[in-house]
Design a protein around this ligand. Structure first.
Ligand SMILES: [Zn+2]
Length: 443
């Protein structure tokens, strides 16, 4: 197959672009240029093109593994290239349909061997404001010198209002205040046709971005930042996969392989479940007088005032986890009311939310965690009533067929509202998406 050719990286102030000729992978590309813009970062222009090409590589490599397409560059950091070679085999072990025999990374390999940083060396943390990266930040408070938040990952490049909200949360938190905060605005999800790859690869319940792309793409985009700042560790928070070693786009076995001549990536807190992070890391921080907000929700139009809608499954699961950890949800920016809890009861008894066995097990585990005596924020009468119902409720999580079809309908409707009607004002598109989601029982 014709190789994907990455041209010479260009730097214009804080903007980095890499022209791409998609070669034999043309149908999977939506753009012919990788773009990243780094805020609050000087010195990008001084970096070797072999390092500057890494963010673009991190975005296309997984596609090249899947399709078996060679990737060609002028020059590339030798340590990163060696990691890319190893990762091809790691991804193929997770996804046997990947055609890695056709993959090859071509180009001059330059640069010294990577140092081996110690666990106390200064670090850079990928920070989204969610429970996972907040937990990592609390644990590594002493070492984390810089936070990199990627715009173009969980938040779409077009969604400026939501981005501004997240920035306010980051700016106003004591936890993030004394650290360098870099925003990388990059077309990680826009460059490649993720929805088409999701359909082609058919991940059970996952997406191309989640199941394959995000770990390598997000960490690679930080490599120029870490190099400019002289930081040898890039920390990415683990996600809760229910203690099961399922194939996923970010895990110890993939992330910990990623290296460049200046350092390496660390997949953090893999041993902790999400509830562990909230109850054993975040709650003690808050009970010790710390203050923070959590950006949990992925719903379009996450609520008029906050970062979280308080009604979707992710918000509702987090709400219970916060309550059981003794945290009043509004203290971390999670709305709660008799109405939001009624939404949860409806959804959990009608099977509106859906997932696999691991997903059902997570809800079951949460039910078993509800203590006999409810105290603190759990003792508020309407909350107590909800938790007493929840403890023994017969929870129905949709499975197999109806759920995913419904979910696809919701995604389709949201996609239409977000894209096809792109000439409409953003707040109106978000309103449409919210209405559709609610009509279909997802909101
Ligand atoms: Zn939500």
């Amino acid at each position: 197959m014709q190789p994907i050719v990455l041209g010479r990286p260009k730097v214009d102030g804080a903007k980095l672009t890499v022209p791409i000729d998609p070669g034999g992978a043309r149908q999977w590309f939506r753009d012919d240029t990788f773009r990243a813009e780094y805020s609050a970062l000087d010195g990008l222009a001084d970096l070797d093109p072999a390092v500057l090409v890494v963010p673009a590589l991190g975005t296309v490599l997984t596609l090249a593994y899947a399709l078996g397409v060679p990737v060609e560059v002028d020059r590339v950091d030798a340590t990163y290239a060696a990691a890319a070679d190893r990762l091809a085999a790691t991804f193929a072990a997770m996804y046997p349909d990947f055609q890695i025999d056709g993959f090859e990374l071509r180009g001059e390999r330059v640069g010294p061997a990577a140092p081996v940083p110690s666990a106390t060396d200064p670090a850079l943390l990928l920070f989204s404001g969610g429970a996972d990266s907040t937990s990592s930040l609390i644990e590594h408070q002493r070492e984390v010198r810089a936070l990199v938040t990627v715009w173009g990952a969980d938040i779409q490049l077009k969604d400026r209002s939501l981005w501004d909200q997240l920035c306010r949360v980051l700016r106003d938190s004591a936890l993030t205040a004394d650290r360098r905060q870099v925003v990388a605005r990059a077309n990680l999800q826009e460059l490649i046709d993720g929805p088409a790859l999701t359909r082609k690869c058919g991940f059970a319940g996952g997406s191309w971005w989640g199941a394959v792309q995000h770990g390598l793409a997000l960490t690679s985009v930080t490599v120029p930042v870490a190099t400019v700042l002289g930081l040898t560790r890039v920390v990415i928070a683990g996600s809760d996969l229910g203690g099961v070693d399922v194939p996923w786009g970010s895990s110890p076995r993939t992330d910990n392989e990623i290296r460049w001549s200046g350092g390496r990536v660390e997949h953090d807190q893999a041993e902790l479940s999400r509830f562990d992070k909230i109850s054993r890391v975040i709650a003690p921080y808050l009970h010790g007088g710390g203050r923070l907000n959590l950006a949990i929700c992925y719903q379009p139009g996450r609520g008029p005032d906050g970062l979280n809608c308080g009604r979707c499954e992710k918000c509702q699961q987090t709400t219970i986890q916060l309550l059981l950890a003794g945290i009043a949800p509004p203290d971390v920016g999670m709305p709660i009311s008799p109405k939001t809890l009624a939404v949860a009861r409806r959804a959990l008894t009608r099977g509106t939310w859906h997932g696999d066995a691991g997903h059902r097990a997570a809800w079951r585990h949460l039910q078993l965690t509800v203590p006999a005596t409810l105290t603190g924020p759990c003792a508020v009468p309407y909350v107590r009533e909800h938790l007493e119902w929840f403890r023994t409720a017969k929870i129905v999580i949709g499975s197999g067929h109806a759920g995913p079809i419904l979910h696809r309908m919701v995604l389709g409707a949201q996609f239409l509202a977000a894209r096809t009607l792109s000439w409409l004002p953003l707040h109106f598109r978000k309103w449409c998406a919210r209405r559709v989601a609610r009509l279909l029982g997802e909101g």
